[in-house]
Design a protein around this ligand. Structure first.
Ligand code: NAD
Ligand code: DAU
Length: 352
């Protein structure tokens, strides 16, 4: 990997990944971040790398064919790591359409450009020969598998059964990636990770939202009975898993990513309150999310045994460090939660 296109690199996981890979991958000569800078994208997340001579930023839309083509022609990428997406389940319930265009059409636009630039005989529909060393990696999610009951775990062969407009759009994207591999032989991987936490996460997601509200002594809105289970992984461990798949993943394979760390939402909320020295009376049970998935749990056997990846963080140290990060960056939190965030929060939680 010498010339890398990262999409959505100004978001939560993308910005952590760019910092991670520029640090670890010394033979990288170029990393271009293509990001539309939606409400979730923030160039401040990339301050630590902005002076790295290998790093470039282009503001643009992954659905813009002309732009994507031009970037492939100009920079001659050999690797794509595709993070850009509408990523929030609650927003997908309020406004599904943009999830379909960004998450599905955007993915297909990138796949098309990669195929055209990497195929050795792009005008021949039967050609399955590609330049050596090229790879397209789709960053997907465990939500494509739907919800689990009290037992069981998602493996890579669990049937896809998404329940929200967000997860349905991510599933659509996964299927089009699979189709480009099956039909055209494009060298791809798909990674499906569980819930991430860590620095730079937009405070519409559970952990940063609860830290943000608790600090201001505002109610903590817990959906339903708070007993839904998520399988939490530190974002840096997600980044190291993606780097492992880029290095050792078998072409065409799907890899689940998770750290065996299931927690009920209410446990996480209580832990945050305790860490901040705030009272449990701030907890406010509110109406449940429509179609709320009850439990996620990732079986990570394939990536751990076949590729030798393992998470480095325990949840206890990761969450402590994460809470510290939000407390140490009040300016970042204030800037991302001004303006449009206030309107979203009002609309989302108004009936509670
Ligand atoms: P995020 O919402 O924080 O960031 C998304 C980024 O994509 C933003 O910078 C945004 O500006 C950009 N973007 C949105 N639409 C775009 C478009 N049309 N063109 C170009 N850029 C666009 O998301 P995240 O939490 O960092 O998630 C990144 C990826 O990882 C997503 O694909 C998501 O589905 C997947 N994922 C997330 C988690 C999680 O827990 N957050 C877990 C597993 C997988
Ligand atoms: O599993 C991976 C997925 O994790 C990613 O694909 C998504 O991009 C990411 O947003 C995340 O989806 P979730 O819906 O699990 O994350 P969220 O932080 O929105 O919610 C986590 C849990 O907390 C979920 O059960 C809903 C609950 N919740 C969330 C919010 C925002 C609340 O109880 N109250 C809230 O205010």
């Amino acid at each position: 990997m010498k010339k890398l296109l990262v999409t959505g690199g100004a978001g939560f996981i993308g910005s952590n990944f760019i910092q991670y890979i520029l640090d670890k991958q010394q033979d990288l000569v170029l990393l271009l971040d293509l990001d539309l800078l939606t409400y979730a994208g923030n160039l401040e997340n990339l301050e630590p790398v902005k002076d790295d001579p290998r790093y470039r930023f282009v503001k643009g839309d992954i659905r813009d064919k002309t732009l994507v083509e031009k970037l492939f022609a100009e920079y001659d990428f050999d690797t794509v790591v595709h993070f850009a997406a509408e990523s929030h389940v609650d927003r997908s319930i309020l406004e599904p359409e943009v999830f379909l265009t960004t998450n599905i059409i955007g993915t297909q636009t990138l796949l098309d450009a990669a195929k055209r630039h990497w195929n050795l005989d792009p005008d021949n529909k039967h050609s399955r020969e590609y330049r050596p060393g090229v790879r397209y990696l789709q960053v997907s999610t465990d939500e494509v598998y739907g919800a689990l009951g009290k037992t069981g775990m998602f493996t890579e062969t669990t049937p896809l059964a998404p329940n929200s407009p967000y997860s349905a759009s991510k599933t659509g994207a996964d299927l089009i990636v699979r189709a480009y591999h099956q039909t055209y032989g494009l060298p791809v991987n798909i990674t499906r990770c569980s819930n991430n936490y860590g620095p730079y996460q937009f405070p519409e997601k559970l952990i940063p939202l609860m830290i943000h509200n608790a600090r201001q002594d505002k109610p903590l809105p817990v959906y339903g009975d708070g007993m839904q289970i998520r399988d939490w992984l530190h974002v840096k461990d997600h980044c190291s898993a993606i780097a492992t798949v880029l290095e050792k993943g078998k072409t065409g394979e799907v890899y689940n990513i998770g750290g065996n760390n299931e927690k009920a939402n209410i446990e996480i909320v209580r832990l945050i309150l305790e860490a901040l020295g705030k009272p449990e009376s701030l907890i406010t049970y509110v109406q449940d999310r429509p179609g709320h998935d009850r439990r996620y749990a990732i079986d990570n056997t394939k990536i751990t045994t076949e590729l030798g990846w393992a998470p480095a963080y325990t949840f206890e140290e990761g969450i402590k460090e994460t809470i510290r990060w939000y407390l140490d960056h009040p300016g970042w939190v204030e800037r991302v939660t001004s303006g449009a965030y206030q309107r979203y929060y009002q609309e989302m939680y108004q009936q509670q």
